[in-house]
Ligand binder design. Structure first.
Ligand code: NDP
Length: 285
């Protein structure tokens, strides 16, 4: 029997509907959630991501504004902008679209965002909070994965979760969130010797490498939950994940497709975090 396909679009719609009700309630109370997005340079993909975020905000009732800087902008101009947004009571979430141009210091910029407005969860304080189990904002992509697991009633405690990839935005926070829920977690990287030996033993396998279709059926335990975070554009313009979907779907118990899997969840969780930030501000928390 083939795997159950986890429909990220459908789960994202359900989650957005639930959180729209929370946004509506806030608006009734006089607080419209607000998100500010900062973008530096003219990276085409970043431009698309920002437009998608603004569109999603409009649809759910979040006020949004974009602060666009040229690629040769000075870091201080961006820091001044963040400072003003930190003090702006109409803005509850601030997001800096990565990557920044190479003359920027990522951590300096991200840590200038008020912790209470860091809806991406990338501020070093928020990273520490996540690691110690006192999460303030969960980073959006792994948060989306956790919601997908939860909505499919997939048990985590006691399971062996293998995360392939150790980036600060996906792999590492993913591993800590699974660990927090009681999984036994293994993190694999490009340096891992004999990757198959680890992936083959995973009850839950999360792949975030940016390497098209690198996880093949022989690397997966029958019945495993396979979450494919990867989004890769092939030469023919089509998108594919880091998992060889066609072969793995016949062996896995659950699998996420690309597109239509983790992707739709990421922006959804950003909306949730922004509404959460506004709720906290509204209640004085
Ligand atoms: P990074 O390039 O920052 O990290 C990739 C990680 O994968 C690194 O830790 C690297 O190891 C590891 N890796 C690379 N090759 C291998 C290999 N052969 N075996 C084991 N590990 C390997 O990528 P991101 O984490 O930012 O993104 C990963 C993928 O997820 C990309 O396709 C990206 O587009 C996608 N993505 C999707 C999102 C969504 O919303 N669905 C959101 C964010 C990202 P090492 O550290 O040793 O180099």
């Amino acid at each position: 029997m083939g795997a159950h396909i986890i429909d990220g679009k459908k789960i994202a719609e359900l989650v957005r509907a639930e959180w729209k009700a929370r946004a509506d309630k806030l608006i009734q109370l006089g607080t419209q959630p607000g998100l500010a997005v900062i973008i530096v340079g003219d990276n085409a993909a970043s431009g698309i991501y920002v437009r998608n975020k603004v569109k999603a905000c409009n649809e759910i009732g979040i006020y949004s504004e974009v602060h666009a800087f040229p690629a040769n902008a000075q870091q201080n101009e961006v820091l001044d902008c963040i400072q003003a947004l930190n003090e702006n009571s109409h803005i509850h979430g601030i997001l800096v679209q990565l990557p920044l141009p190479s003359h920027f210091e990522n951590n300096r910029v991200i840590t200038s965002i008020a912790v209470s407005k860091d809806v991406d969860g990338f501020h070093l304080y928020n990273v520490g909070a996540l690691v110690t189990g006192n999460t303030i904002f969960s980073p959006c992509t792994p948060y989306g994965v956790m919601v997908m697991l939860e909505r499919n009633h997939i048990p985590i405690a006691g399971q062996h979760a293998v995360v392939v990839g150790r980036s600060n935005i996906v792999g590492k926070p993913m591993a800590f969130m699974l660990l927090e829920q009681g999984a036994t977690v293994t993190i694999c990287t490009s340096k891992t010797r004999d990757l198959l030996q680890f992936t083959k033993n995973a009850d839950i396998l999360v792949v975030a490498t940016g390497k098209p279709r690198m996880i093949t059926a022989d690397m997966v335990k029958p019945g495993a939950v396979v979450i494919d975070v990867g989004i890769n554009r092939l030469n023919d313009g089509k998108l594919c994940g880091d998992v060889d979907y066609q072969s793995v779907k016949d062996i896995a118990g659950y699998i996420t497709p690309v597109p239509g899997g983790v992707g739709p969840m990421t922006i959804t969780m950003l909306l949730c975090n922004t509404i959460l930030a506004a709720e906290r501000a509204q209640s004085g928390g």
